[in-house]
Design a protein around this ligand. Sequence first.
Ligand code: AMP
Ligand code: MG
Length: 481
Amino acid sequence: MPFHLLAGDSLALVQNLQPTPIPEPYWVGFSERAAQTLGIPTHNGLPVDPAWLDVLAGNQIQVGDQVFSPYATAYSGHQFGVWAGQLGDGRAIYLGDVNGQELQLKGAGKTAYSRMGDGRAVLRSSIREFLCSEAMHALGVPTSRALAVVGSDMPVFRETRETAAVCARVAPSFLRIGHIEHYGQNHMHEELRLTLDHLIKHHYPECANSPTPYLSLLEQIALRTACMVTQWQGLGFCHGVLNTDNTSLLGLTLDYGPFGFLDTFQIDHICNHSDHGGRYAYHRQAEVLHWNLYCLASAMLEALQEELHSSLGLDQEAAINKIKDTLDHYNREYAANWQSLFRQKLGLSITDSKDVALLEELLQGLHQHQLDHTLFFRNLSEGQDLPKSLDIWGQKYQERLSLEKHSKDQRLEQMRQINPKYVLRNYLAQNAIELAQKKDFSEVARLLKILENPYESQAVSEDYAMGPPPELAHLAISCSS
Ligand code: AMP
Ligand code: MG
């Protein structure tokens, strides 16, 4: 049963509604790979059934014999560490399930949860979300996907006048920590348990047989989150807005906003200009997600305590200690994943006691010399010489490599499968956006194609693998979207 039907349609939980149409929609981008996941037949890069354009624009709700029943959900959350109260799908409207995946239209008009917002998304941010979702998926990072961006000439006002677009997003579930916090805060105990049971049944079946299914669920969510954030760190990816309402309960990268890949590596890089304190800086991402998991645990506390009492006879204090131990598992998992991933990035297949020091020294070097994260690891995987500034580290690395058993070619081959050549650099996205704003969508399509095979060298200009030209470095990415 779909999540939204679990507990009726109280506005505290969901709102059934229609998207608000946009005039004269046109395709801006379309992902055939995402269409395949949904079982949508395509021809020449677009759906065979032309009704999809109107459906993904929010202009109609029927395609073939499928009639959608759209809805939006309520959630709450902590934003920048502070309780923000009720938020909810203010501009994202679920169309419904397709092939076991939830299909959601972001920017499809106002909902009961729009607060002061207009329910719309601009072309610029929709293209960024579309390209980065598909790029991250191809990189092997757990993420929501994107099926399409549909545009319209309808004006939308942000800092300047822009135009509207709808990004069709896809995920097995868009449930966020903020949903559970919403039910916890509003004493919606039944909804909270139904949602936890739904998560176990559909997304974490391995927890069902545990004597303490809710605690296992918390643990598995934490482990998936640790796995996700490890991959971000490995790619030099900074999310930018890791509020609890943007934190998936499935460990998926969600809500692409002012994200960035570090083309000048700085360990404390902040990619969101509103994040003055650096709460969501690159080196704090794992820590802040751990904090978010604590918010999840507090929202689940009553259900957890009851379960731990009835199954294991634990009193309140013992239950809290057990929950803390469970969340500590996240830190151990992250530390182990991180070391293992960075070892692989350097082609180190066996473990040596000095590896962590070697890794840390490398990150310090990348930081000190502000090197490009993606290029550094890719160049290393292609057997290129290190930058002069890393000579001393390079000698230690060469010594360390002498302990390895694989041949150099084998090692480099494996490294190229984990160190991508192409990532969605902000300046590349910006080029595609500026052309799209002039109605030339070819660069969106070209970038998508390149990013679909990030680990393979492609017959395209080397520029796509390079850092930004000086005039496009440090692009200010607006948070307004
Ligand atoms: P975000 O910072 O994008 O994660 O958004 C935080 C909250 O604001 C979510 O509840 C969004 O649905 C809502 N929101 C953001 N932009 C708009 C908008 N233009 N119209 C309505 N709600 C919005
Ligand atoms: Mg959000």
